[in-house]
Design a protein around this ligand. Sequence first.
Ligand code: BG6
Ligand code: MG
Length: 218
Amino acid sequence: MIEIKGFIFDLDGVIVDTAKYHFLSWVRLADKLGFELNTQVEERLKGISRMDSLNIVLEEGGIEATEDEKIQLAKQKNDWYLESLKDLDDSVVLEGVIPFLESLKAEGIPLAVGSASRNATRILHKLEMQHYFRSIVDGNMVIKTKPDPEVFINAARDLQFREDHCIVFEDSKKGIKAAKTGGFKVIGIGKKDVLTEADTVIEHFLGHNYRSILDLYN
Ligand code: BG6
Ligand code: MG
């Protein structure tokens, strides 16, 4: 019987359906820079920091930029991203998430968020969902970003649990790598053929509760 004490959630693409808005903002930036961003790049941009994403986008377009220009371009992308979230409401919360969080709360399981996004805390507060989490570690609070495990290690430290006593939920390959490197259990949210390094993959939280997640390991 495995011992699970805490659950750690990525935000974009796990709790909220914002991954598409991130990508649309990158597409818009590429368009402004004069090239079309291939949709195949979307998977590679998931989970990593804003600057790491920008570097991939620029590389795709064969564009060189100074550090100052990069700061401006990242700001422009973020402004567009925030603009797309200006009417943020419950409709952005992914299917089954609230009942799942409620079921964990009823079991008294301590929860945390570990996200690469510098907007994560703001988004959770705006949705009034911060109360579910004992700890929220976002992109402003780490030095190294995914695939480095720092964000999840800090979340586990806040929960005061060993890494292997926590399950991380992730929708990105880089996030799964980060969790695995840190010694966590990891459940992919999405498609099995994409998230091949996860312990197991579920499509969404709909119909899941604390027991059904533990059953995936037994
Ligand atoms: C991650 C997303 O959660 O956060 C990435 O998967 C995004 O797509 C990254 O680039 C950084 O987000 P932000 O909000 O700080 O630009
Ligand atoms: Mg994600």
